[in-house]
Design a protein. Structure first.
Ligand code: 5GP
Length: 198
């Protein structure tokens, strides 16, 4: 459970949720939207997740993710370091470290998490004051095209990702806001508005 200091800081400016959780299917462009948002609104604290997957080309440890071993991840689960964690695409573990988020919230900074559906559900139980934003593709076909266009996944990985995407799409009504990602800038501005940054 979140401790009292966390619960007291889940609202900002009286009513704006201080913590915003963004989720949505693979390849929808959530990463790009979030990147645009933090570049334009540097007051936002963007959580850097821990993961057991290996870095992709261009990814930097401590910036894209904290790339850690399975053993380290499991130790941190036992220690209760994670606000939430999940096995994503049936393969690697990803988790949000509790400490930096709580610190940002104590400092009054709006905080943003970009995580999967399972993780978002865990945050909802732990932080009832948070708000949840689903980034949706303009259409299913467009999502498939974006995933293929990325070209970083094998056919099998793509099948697993699309299977997860179907499950995630079916859960979009659980979210407080659904933003269709047509143009990155527009979606990022809509997210900024939902977060009370504009
Ligand atoms: P990728 O491996 O492509 O960077 O990310 C795969 C998926 O993991 C994305 O859908 C992303 O939302 C999810 N993810 C990234 N960080 C976290 C996290 O800290 N917790 C959870 N539950 N999911 C995460």
């Amino acid at each position: 459970m979140a401790d009292a200091s966390t619960q007291n800081t889940t609202e900002r400016d009286g009513n704006r949720p201080a913590l915003t959780v963004v989720a949505g299917p693979t390849a929808v462009g959530k990463g790009t939207v979030v990147k645009y948002l933090v570049e334009h609104y540097p007051q936002v604290y963007l959580s850097i997740s821990a993961t057991t997957r290996s870095p992709r080309v261009g990814e930097v440890d401590g910036r894209s993710y904290h790339f850690i071993t399975r053993d380290d991840f499991d130790r941190r689960i036992e220690r209760g370091d994670f606000l939430e964690w999940a096995t994503v695409h049936r393969k690697h573990k990803y988790g949000t470290l509790r400490g930096p988020i709580e610190q940002a919230l104590r400092q009054g900074r709006p905080a943003l998490l970009e995580i999967d559906l399972e993780g978002a559900r865990q945050v909802r139980t732990q932080m009832p004051g948070a708000q949840f934003v689903f980034i949706a593709p303009p259409s299913w076909d467009e999502l498939v095209a974006r995933l293929r266009g990325r070209g970083s996944e094998s056919e099998e990985q793509m099948r697993t990702r699309l299977e997860t995407a179907r499950i995630e799409m079916a859960a979009k009504d659980e979210f407080d806001h659904v933003l269709v990602n047509d143009e990155v800038e527009d979606t990022a501005q809509a997210l900024a508005s939902v977060m009370g940054l504009t």
